[in-house]
Design a protein around this ligand. Structure first.
Ligand code: UDX
Length: 461
């Protein structure tokens, strides 16, 4: 199946949101490398081999179509692939532990450890192992210990290469990254392994953007990057609560503050709360690490970023409840968007899930619409009781509703005909813009009672 002329063979274990796009881009940029992606889920692999990929990312379909079968292969033969490949990326999921010590905080490493053991039992030659999953600091060391536990004579070099891609922009983030970070041991072998990985990225990333460091710095940098980004959002969200009380406008405040180049304008959009698979998980990991080392003040500081996010989500629902006469029972509320952000179908840790569940607890009837995430929304809410409808068309979804709540900043919600929507809704009609993406003044003129985030409400009473 494979041409013998490939310079190197790369394997990635884990065909998820990180592994799939990363390997597709490496394959596209390095035609001299054969890239194989394996996963325990046969269904997921079948989707990667089909016309409908298991994840939605702008630009990904085109890349996969161009390189699949040339130098990009998707397979379920994990053991065979471990034998055959020299460089193995590990990109399995490391969710937050739901049981035992560190439950709700520490990373659950069971999939990752199983993978390490599987690599050890199948490998017949030396390998470079690249940690791609976000892992607690010092995991590379644990991986080395598992890999070398049997004295088989086979040598494993473990590198840390954290992923900084954001969903929805995965392909462009991979094609033009701000930086690539590679952590390696300071031994001769460690440095040689590091050079192998640098060579791969150097196919398309300028050398001065490929940073190398020791393994622990690399692992920690990933957690810290996400913690800093999330901190910016929690900071502006905290201020949004104050804006609502003082009649300041959070967008104006963010614009003024963000103009200071030392602060920067990105990640300063107030919202119903950040979501996604990484932010909360990584911060809790950081908190756990600090508590483990007894640095309580530092742990509390970062815990605050997560606490403000929970507060922001609760506050959003309370604002809905208070403004709708303190009862939502029997009212129909339409959620515009369920994905944790625009341009993805991913709903992990989405604020929309929390809002939906709180509304159901108030006995509201909810209607969910989203261009990409309805399938995941159904799965997320499958165990919840109450009236839940899933509707593709936003006009049909909002018809007869008492309120609309914008959960995801899909651009299509900006372009809807809100006069038409208003005509088909119950009166008084409420609109809660959890993303501040709509033209609030115009909506108010149409007749809506409008509740943005961090701005005074525009009402008719
Ligand atoms: C994030 C990091 O950006 C990425 O570098 C890392 O590798 C993985 O975690 P991702 O989870 O895909 O990526 O999403 P991101 O774009 O960072 O957004 C996270 C959440 O913050 C979303 O819910 C988004 O809607 C929200 N957000 C973002 C805000 O509420 N306000 C903002 O100003 C920016």
């Amino acid at each position: 199946m494979r041409a013998v002329s490939f310079k190197r063979k790369i394997l990635c274990i884990g065909a998820g949101y990180v592994g799939g796009p990363t390997m597709a881009v490496i394959a596209a940029k390095c035609p001299d490398y054969a890239v194989t992606v394996v996963d325990i889920s046969a269904e997921r692999i079948a989707k990667w081999n089909s016309d409908r990929l298991p994840i939605y990312e702008p630009g990904l379909d085109e890349i996969v179509r161009a390189v699949r079968g040339q130098n990009l292969f998707f397979s379920t033969d994990i053991e065979g692939a471990i034998k055959e490949n020299d460089i193995i990326f590990v990109s399995v999921n490391t969710p937050t532990k739901t049981f035992g010590a560190g439950a709700g905080m520490a990373a659950d490493l069971q999939y990752w450890e199983k993978t390490a053991r599987q690599i050890r039992s199948c490998a017949e030659s030396d390998k470079i192992i690249v940690e791609k999953s976000t892992l607690p600091v010092r995991t590379a060391q644990a991986m080395e210990r598992i890999l070398t536990a049997t004295n088989s004579g086979i040598h494993f070099d473990v590198l840390s290469n954290p992923e900084f891609l954001a969903e929805g922009t995965a392909v462009s983030d991979l094609e033009s990254p701000d930086r690539v970070l590679i952590g390696a041991r300071e031994t001769e072998r460690g440095q040689a392994a590091c050079r192998e990985l640098v060579d791969i990225y150097a196919h398309w990333v300028p050398r001065d953007q490929i940073l190398t460091s020791n393994i622990w710095s690399s692992e920690l940098s990933k957690l810290v990057s996400n913690a800093f980004l999330a901190q910016k959002i929690s900071s502006i969200n905290a201020i949004s609560a104050l804006c609502e009380k003082t009649e300041a406008d959070v967008t104006e405040v963010a614009r003024a503050v963000g103009k200071d180049s030392r602060i920067g304008s990105k990640f300063l959009s107030a919202s119903v709360g950040f979501g996604g698979s990484c932010f909360k998980k990584d911060i809790l990991n950081l908190v756990y690490l600090c508590r483990y080392y007894g640095i309580e003040e530092v742990a509390d500081y970062w815990q605050g970023v997560v606490s403000i996010n929970e507060y922001q989500k609760r506050r959003f629902v309370m604002r809905m409840l208070n403004s709708m006469f303190n009862t939502l029972a029997g009212k129909k509320i339409c959620l515009f968007g369920f994905a944790f952000k625009a341009d993805t179908g991913d709903t992990r840790e989405s604020a929309a899930l929390f809002v939906a569940q709180e509304l159901l607890a108030e006995h509201a009837k909810i209607v969910i619409t989203d261009p990409q995430a309805l399938e995941n929304a159904r799965i997320d809410l499958q165990d919840d009781d109450g009236v839940i409808d899933y509707v593709d068309d936003p006009y049909a979804a909002a018809a007869g509703a008492d309120a609309i709540a914008v959960m995801t900043e899909w651009s299509l919600y900006r372009e809807l005909d809100y006069e038409r929507i208003y005509r088909a809704m119950s009166r008084p009609a409420f609109l809660f813009d959890g993303r501040n993406i709509l033209d609030h003044k115009r909506l108010h003129e149409i007749g809506f009672n409008v509740y943005p985030i961090g701005k005074v409400a525009l009402t008719h009473v």
